[in-house]
Design a protein around this ligand. Structure first.
Ligand SMILES: Cc1cc2nc3c(=O)[nH]c(=O)nc-3n(C[C@H](O)[C@H](O)[C@H](O)COP(=O)(O)OP(=O)(O)OC[C@H]3O[C@@H](n4cnc5c(N)ncnc54)[C@H](O)[C@@H]3O)c2cc1C
Length: 456
């Protein structure tokens, strides 16, 4: 059995001091949770408002999903664009998709303002599709993207497939054909499983390191109105009409607004003194899934890339798929490494199940990942791969797989920027900006990220 050992936490400063809450505090905006959502919310609230901001973290900065993810910067949702259109209509779905794509600029803004120089690569990422059904779904997505005014995703279909003549005419111009050699080169595989490749802008960053560096910048720039308290769990939130009281065990924090960036709703209760119940619905809101990853190092010999392998021909299945990310990586002071990280295996926790970072990482999961790598990506039968890093993290899925961003309708003192949903770096950053707009009193339009009506 392996332990939970993440390449992202490995790169954090091990001697950074963790200041915990040592007295009662008053603040304008209390943010609970110091993952990428909490840090981005603090960044934009500090930049675009004059509010005092305090982050409270139960453990340590970026040690939640932010320190245990795949670190791909991607702008898709864990559901197709066409299903967003079915649920919300073309206009709202397009706005939602555009917001996440525009978060690339927000990420740049954070990176540039803070003068960062940590590795952040951008490239064309690829997904291998294995059936006509997959192809049709992405053609439909592309058609709707075009109708909504979004860029279409490049779709290359194998020129020898037998379904070429069955592709409906309405999709003309939304794909091209390609040779098997090109398709296999793009997917970096010799596998014959794939009939098409979908390509779109992706990137990679160590999101935990990113948080650490942004934190350093914020602490320096906003000395008089920003604080982070780690090792300071919040067990109870009492909401009044214009303030919240947070119970941090031996101390309390009084805040005008409180933003949950907790990636879930476990470990604390919410009491809404203004009336309607908020607390009980939450525990049914998120489905918790553990995502497992492994990573190995090679001497740097290839550029960064991110590739997903959708080998299940049925696109409607929610079964996990394998995906790799290759990036430049510094290890033991040597910058000349490629880290190849692989994700795929998942485990859905029962509703009353508890996730722990110490949760076991079984040999069986390493075996699953290894046999995928050997079959699809790094196929030399004589090569023994040493998975230096093996890690897992909690993915909290909202019911509709869309991040929850905005005020709680029953009491606007409380706001949310949460719901990991498997893809969360860009949505968290967009969420941070959107929350700062609410807090700054800007007019904020209705969106797909609002608390869904069925939750009310
Ligand atoms: C295996 C895996 C792979 C992933 N791959 C990708 C990817 O490639 N690309 C991508 O975009 N996204 C990916 N994600 C999702 C992404 O990592 C998350 O969406 C994102 O990191 C969530 O950030 P967050 O700040 O909302 O949550 P977290 O990073 O989990 O932070 C929440 C914080 O809240 C704190 N907290 C909770 N309750 C309390 C409390 N009561 N008091 C005080 N503090 C509290 C926690 O300790 C934690 O630090 C992946 C996730 C996993 C698990």
């Amino acid at each position: 059995m392996k332990k939970n050992y993440s390449p992202w936490l490995y790169q954090l400063k091990q001697d950074r001091e963790h200041q915990s809450l040592a007295k009662d505090e008053e603040t304008d905006v209390a943010i609970i949770g110091a993952g990428i959502a909490g840090i981005a919310t603090a960044f934009f609230t500090l930049k675009y408002t004059d509010k005092k901001v305090t982050i409270l973290e139960r453990y340590k900065l970026a040690h939640g999903a932010t320190g245990h993810n795949a670190g791909q910067v991607v702008s898709y949702f864990e559901r197709g664009f066409s299903s967003l259109v079915d649920e919300f209509g073309l206009e709202l779905a397009t706005e939602g998709q555009k917001s996440v794509e525009d978060a690339w600029q927000l990420l740049d803004e954070m990176y540039t303002d803070a003068g960062l120089n940590i590795p952040f690569a951008r490239f064309l990422g690829h997904a291998g599709l294995s059936s006509f059904e997959h192809v049709l779904l992405h053609l439909k997505n592309n058609l709707l993207r075009k109708q909504g005014g979004l860029n279409i995703e490049r779709l290359l279909i194998l020129e020898t497939v037998d379904f070429l003549n069955e592709i409906p005419k309405e999709y003309d111009g939304l794909y091209s054909t390609t040779s098997k050699e090109t398709l296999q080169d793009l997917l970096e595989t010799k596998s014959h499983d794939f009939v098409a490749v979908l390509s779109y802008q992706k990137g990679c960053v160590n999101s935990a390191l990113f948080c650490q560096e942004i934190l350093t910048y914020l602490l320096d720039k906003y000395k008089d109105r920003f604080a982070l308290y780690e090792l300071s769990p919040i067990s109870k939130i009492i909401l009044r009409s214009n303030e919240a009281i947070l119970d941090a065990e031996s101390h309390v924090v009084n805040a005008k607004k409180v933003v949950l960036c907790t990636n879930g709703f476990s470990g604390f209760t919410i009491i809404n003194e203004t009336g309607l119940e908020i607390n009980t619905k939450f525990h049914h809101l998120l489905q918790s899934t553990i995502g497992y990853m492994s990573g190995y190092l090679e001497k740097m010999n290839k550029p960064p890339v991110a590739i997903s392998y959708l080998t299940d021909p049925d696109p409607s299945t929610e079964k996990p798929y394998f995906y790799i990310t290759r990036r430049y990586y510094e290890y033991e002071g040597d910058k000349d490494f490629n880290l190849i990280s692989i994700g795929g295996p998942e485990y859905v926790l029962p509703e009353d199940g508890h996730y722990s970072h110490e949760h076991e990482y079984s040999e069986e999961i390493i075996g699953e990942i290894d046999s995928f790598v050997k079959k699809t990506y790094d196929v030399d039968p004589n090569k023994k791969i040493d998975y230096i890093f093996t890690w897992h993290g909690l993915m909290g899925y909202t019911k509709n797989r869309i991040r929850l961003i905005g005020p709680e309708p029953k009491n606007k003192t409380l706001l949310y920027n949460l719901g990991c949903n498997g893809v969360g770096i860009l949505p968290s950053i967009y969420g941070g900006k959107r929350i700062s707009d609410f807090i700054g009193g800007k007019e904020v339009k209705e969106s797909i990220f609002d608390v869904p009506k069925e939750y009310l």
